[in-house]
Design a protein around this ligand. Structure first.
Ligand code: GAL
Length: 376
């Protein structure tokens, strides 16, 4: 009898531990909830984007940590893989920050945000671009970093960080920007300029060293050309810049859009031949009302379409900020809005807001849904 109870207890314990380590299978998206990976750990890929490669989705994003410095790059860029978009396998750190002694641009404690990865079909390489701020300098650097790998999940090798398009005027350059710019000493307060964007020659100020580049995304067009889209000119104006054939540098061809509108968090997608952008305003980690725009050509003319969020009574993009719009493979009209619900007090606990995109004439719209799945 004793042996029987003992045996039953051991069997129960084995069963319990097997059940508790088994990963949960997700069948829905539950925006804002803790999203567990295959190891039952909340996915850690903030400000992220997705690459679909050889039948698998790869999600890259900022690995955040606990505590007050959790938004700094203490670890690197995290990668996860999935075949169904609901269940994600931890693929580890794709781009690791370097030790403090390394004096690398991407040393531990720098700011490394909004990483995006694209594949170059000609070279077969995977290219990652990200917003980089050197350690200890706040957000003054406004640099774009680039890294490369032969394998989608990495390890990625850091190449360089640049201010894009030094020495080049944009396609749609206003005359004032061709004038010699006096040394403009702007003190940026996160959402406005000390003057009119049309008369302050920020572009000219940065002509020699290259244009500022903070929040960013990448977009690969049907013809294989890739574009880097970033908040520039003290965040006041969005730049859309063509990348070179190897995707490792800027060609000097770029346009400036939404001058003085302070657009951040850009996400671009193409639907039925039209280019769409979703962006936020500029309020740091606090959410604000989303914006959207459409164009027949990537270099404009861009037409603003207003807030795509329907029923968002607090006008906060459902308490999130855009990071990517994902085309679902094999479903030409199916796109998913991917946003971040930041938690600056405990960055690792930031949540993901994924919602379905719907089309309404020329515009796209987003509605809240507590629990949803891609229509079969
Ligand atoms: C947000 C931006 C984030 C991060 C944050 C810092 O506006 O979208 O990526 O830079 O500001 O305050």
């Amino acid at each position: 009898m004793k042996i029987t109870i003992y045996t039953i207890t051991i069997a129960a314990l084995i069963l319990f531990s097997a059940c508790s380590t088994k990963s949960v299978t997700n069948k829905h998206f539950t925006p804002g909830a803790i999203w567990l990976d295959n190891n039952n750990i909340h996915i850690n890929a903030h400000g992220g984007g997705i690459l679909f490669d050889n039948g698998i989705y790869y999600w890259f994003g900022e690995h955040k940590t606990e505590g007050e410095n959790g938004n700094l790059a203490n670890v690197g860029v995290h990668c996860y893989s999935s075949t169904d978009l609901y269940n994600w396998t931890d693929e580890g750190i794709a781009l690791a920050v370097m030790p403090p002694s390394s004096r690398s641009d991407i040393e531990e404690g720098c700011i490394l945000e909004r990483p995006k990865v694209i594949k170059n079909k000609k070279t077969g390489k995977y290219i990652m671009w990200f917003h980089l701020e050197p350690k200890g300098k706040g957000y003054k650097g406004a640099l774009s970093g680039v890294a490369i790998s032969d394998n989608v999940t990495g390890p990625y090798t850091y190449i360089k960080a640049v201010r894009p398009n030094a020495g080049h005027y944009p396609l749609n350059v206003p005359d004032i920007h061709k004038l010699d710019s006096p040394a403009l000493n702007l003190s940026f307060d996160g959402g406005s300029l000390p003057g009119n964007v049309d008369t302050l020659n920020i572009l000219g100020r940065d002509m020699k060293e290259g244009q500022m580049a903070r929040d960013m995304t990448l977009f690969v067009d049907d013809d294989g050309k890739a574009y880097h889209i970033y908040s520039s000119e003290e965040n006041s104006t969005l730049h859309i810049a063509e990348l070179s054939d190897d995707y490792l540098s800027h060609t000097g061809k770029y346009g400036r859009f939404f001058a003085g509108r302070f657009m951040e968090a850009p996400a671009m997608f193409k639907h039925k031949g039209k280019y769409y952008l979703m962006m936020s305003g500029c309020t740091g980690w606090n959410p604000n009302q989303a914006r959207s725009a459409v164009s027949d050509n990537i270099f404009g003319e861009w037409k603003e379409l207003g807030d795509p969020c329907i029923g968002d009574t607090t006008q906060t993009t459902f308490h999130s900020q855009s990071t990517y719009i994902l085309p679902v493979q094999g479903k030409p009209d199916t796109y998913i809005y991917m946003g971040d619900r930041w938690n600056p007090e405990n960055a690792i606990d930031g949540r993901y807001i994924w919602l379905p995109i719907t089309f309404d004439g020329d515009r796209f719209t987003i509605r809240w849904n507590d629990k949803w799945k891609i229509e079969e």
